[in-house]
Design a protein around this ligand. Structure first.
Ligand SMILES: [Zn+2]
Length: 508
């Protein structure tokens, strides 16, 4: 494919030995081979580095302990390394694991319980009542996190950024499963079963982060929910904490037109108006409060002006594009082509399974690329390589993890996804593996996944979890949520009837 550099099989790509002190020499007298944990030989390696369009033909990825120690031609790997596990993937592409830069894992248990409605009706009439009834119930958040992880791993996701109540439950589940996660220290301006004030939310978040600091696949971000649920003084506090700790600030921003217009008008009667006396665009208000900098991870930004995009780019902040959720809730189409052209770091997120309804980053990559083309009228906008970067390294950059994950580079942690894209109906013929991965393949083509050097999916089977037990738990929660929603709907109908009766009485 023109413009895609396919390096020859003999190209020396990577030196074989960082972390040399941990690698053992397997000298058998015929020349020293280095003993490593795993070598994956593949038809293609798409390392997303040094640029996202690199395609390496007949290459191998070498893993030792938790680290990528080499990416090199297969023939060289065979000559240089003796592996405990050798994996041959002759019809496959090896990629950096996908990064889901925005989700709410607990809500996976609410998948499909309310569709085809607006964001605020969905939140007020379904999500918040269900959360009020169940998030503090033992196991709810952890069971949701496990269900989400089973789905994400099967779809090649190795890292996710979460924002949900009781993050200690997700943290314990993440530790047990072994995925990489950026867990959110949720903060919201009203009391919940989890905490009663912004100070308590933040104190609990910081304490949970400290409690799980021994888990090297768990990272933390401040997660103020949105400008319409968090007040100015809390934003300023979070800005100071983020500056002191270097942690990212992960928040929903400019998701709906109402949010921007009501905030500019200062119309607090609109539920999505920001909780500020400053009549301004929410992004402008966050900048005033000291939040607009490289630590800001702004989710959605569907309603972005040229000035918004320029100021995000200048600040080095990141945007997480969630195209499926934005379309399903009719929030609109984010101007992603303009964001990319302005140099903004754009990552991809699924949002929750309750508004998507899946946690399929590969589907976001394809839809993100197509929507950028369709909305801009420019078929060259967001090519396949850019979409792959959005699904991998850009998510890592958004959360300050680009030295750890997001690309297959020597010295990074071994977060690796393998997809079968050749000799499979739906992808053949493969003129370009980048094209096959982004435009033709589906998540069921994922065969293997390693996170931090541990193989969590093997031959298409998620081995990190007891998937049937996870599914059985989800079905149990469905029955309880269903019963709860029947009660909620009956109450809402009675209230509506009472209102109608009162209105009829007033009219007569
Ligand atoms: Zn969200």
């Amino acid at each position: 494919m023109p413009g895609v550099p396919v390096l020859p099989a003999t190209a020396p790509v990577a030196a074989p030995a960082p972390n040399g002190s941990r690698l053992a020499s397997g000298d058998d007298g015929g020349g020293a081979k280095t003993v490593v944990d795993c070598v994956i030989h593949a038809r293609w390696v798409l390392p997303v580095a040094p640029t996202p369009d690199v395609v390496l033909d007949h290459h191998a990825v070498v893993i030792h302990e938790d680290t990528l120690v080499a990416v090199l031609p297969s023939a060289n790997a065979t000559a240089l390394y003796e592996a405990v596990t050798v994996v041959h993937r002759p019809d496959h592409a090896v990629l950096p694991g996908f990064i889901n830069a925005h989700t709410h894992t607990g809500m996976t248990l609410m998948r499909g319980c309310a569709d085809d409605t607006t964001l605020f009706t969905w939140l007020h009439d379904t999500v918040w009542p269900v959360e009020g009834a169940f998030t503090s119930a033992p196991g709810f958040c952890a069971d949701g996190a496990r269900l989400a992880m089973a789905e994400m791993l099967a779809g090649g996701v190795t890292t996710f950024a979460d924002m949900y109540w009781f993050p200690s439950e997700a943290a314990a589940a993440v530790e047990a499963v072994g995925m990489r996660a950026v867990l959110g220290m949720i903060c919201i301006g009203f009391p919940s079963a989890y905490a009663s004030s912004p100070d308590e939310y933040l104190a609990k978040g910081e304490a949970t982060a400290a409690e799980f600091s021994h888990v090297d696949t768990i990272h933390w971000a401040y997660a103020p929910h949105a400008p319409y649920t968090v007040a100015d003084e809390t934003w300023a506090d979070i800005g100071r904490r983020a500056a002191a700790t270097g942690r990212p600030v992960h928040t929903h921003l400019h998701e709906t037109r109402d949010e921007v217009e009501a905030s500019v008008a200062g119309d607090r009667t609109v539920p999505s108006c920001h909780l500020s006396d400053s009549a301004a665009r929410p992004l402008v208000n966050l900048a005033r409060l000291g939040l607009l900098n490289r630590r800001l991870v702004a989710v959605h930004m569907v309603h972005s002006s040229a000035e918004d995009i320029a100021s995000v780019a200048a600040a080095g902040a990141s945007i997480v594009h969630c195209p499926n959720s934005n379309l399903k809730l009719a929030a609109g189409v984010a101007p992603v082509a303009d964001m990319v052209a302005a140099g903004v770091n754009v990552a991809l997120g699924t949002d929750s399974a309750a508004s998507n309804n899946s946690l399929n980053v590969l589907a976001e990559a394809k839809l993100g690329a197509l929507l950028a083309k369709g909305a801009s009228g420019d078929a060259t906008a967001v090519p396949a390589a850019t979409a792959l970067a959005m699904a991998t390294i850009n998510g890592a950059r958004a959360f300050g993890l680009e030295a750890i994950t997001g690309s297959l580079e020597v010295g990074k942690k071994a977060d690796v996804t393998v997809m079968k894209i050749a000799n499979v109906v739906g992808c053949e013929p493969v003129f370009s593996p980048l094209s096959a991965v982004i435009y033709a393949a589906c998540r069921k083509d994922v065969s293997d996944v390693w996170v931090n050097g541990r193989r969590l999916v093997a031959d298409g089977v998620v081995t990190a979890l007891d998937v049937s037990a996870v599914v059985a738990k989800a079905e149990g929660w469905r029955a309880r949520i269903d019963e709860c929603l029947h009660g909620v709907r009956a109450k809402q109908a009675a209230e509506a009837a009472e209102k109608d009766e009162a209105a009829a009485g007033n009219a007569s």
